[in-house]
Design a protein around this ligand. Structure first.
Ligand code: HEM
Ligand code: HEM
Length: 182
């Protein structure tokens, strides 16, 4: 098969599984950031606090599981051909943003898990106790939660840049990439 036939054989959009995974993970992540912001500001005595923390951790684990499925699906391919009409610089920025998003989708929940374990707290998945991967360190302080929080803010910033890129291509350059993910 020559290079041209190979290019023609590539699909125009992401596979159905990758599209479902993209939107379900995006919904979980945006929900986790919103709940994360709300729960840390609640009064220690607020009865909603333990419920939101438990839900936050469980859905954080859901993101980890979906990420595993997504990476497997992505490695199996085939992936759509690069969007025609994007110049090399735009393509480079988009790829860089996608790589950063994948990295943070892994690092942010690991940091959350580490924060819980380091403070001696077990992570439960909808009530099911999960392994303790990090040791308890007495008096470690709140900075581990801050690391998790700042990484999550970083993820949010890149998501906003990612969405701005999609909007720009759709409405400004008229080189719409959205149908590739719909
Ligand atoms: C992609 C997944 C996740 C996102 C986007 C996320 C996002 C956030 C955000 C935005 C906050 C609030 C930070 C602040 O304003 O201080 C937060 C707090 C927290 N998250 Fe996550 N989180 C995720 C996964 C997890 C996981 C898997 C766990 C544990 C297993 C977890 C445990 C926590 C805990 C314990 C806090 C409170 C931190 C503190 O008290 O300082 N998170 N998260
Ligand atoms: C938490 C939110 C989000 C995350 C973490 C995220 C992550 C990603 C990642 C990693 C990719 C690359 C896919 C791959 O090559 O395997 C991607 C592609 C894409 N995303 Fe998102 N996304 C989010 C939200 C959104 C939203 C809200 C939109 C709609 C405006 C969107 C539209 C797209 C489109 C159109 C593509 C395909 C881009 C292309 O092939 O050129 N994403 N997203």
């Amino acid at each position: 098969m020559n290079a041209q036939t190979e290019t023609q054989a590539l699909p125009e959009k992401y596979s159905k599984n990758l599209r479902i995974l993209h939107w379900s993970m995006a919904a979980c992540i945006l929900g986790l950031i919103t709940v994360g912001f709300i729960m840390v500001d609640l009064d220690k005595e607020d009865s909603l606090r333990p419920t939101l923390f438990a839900l936050h951790k469980s859905f954080g684990v859901v993101v980890m599981l979906l990420l595993g499925l997504r990476l497997r699906e992505r490695l199996q391919g085939p992936l759509p051909a690069p969007q025609p009409g994007l110049d090399a610089k735009e393509q480079e920025y988009a790829t860089l943003a996608h790589k950063a998003l994948y990295a943070l989708m892994l690092i942010v929940p690991i940091a959350g898990w580490a924060h819980s374990n380091l403070h001696g707290r077990e992570v439960k998945f909808f009530g099911i106790p999960l392994p303790k991967f990090f040791p308890t360190i007495e008096g470690i302080g709140g900075w581990t939660g801050e690391v998790h929080g700042y990484l999550a803010y970083g993820l949010l910033v890149i998501v906003l840049a990612h969405v701005a890129g999609v909007i720009k291509h759709r409405y400004k350059d008229h080189n719409d990439v959205l149908p590739r993910m719909l």
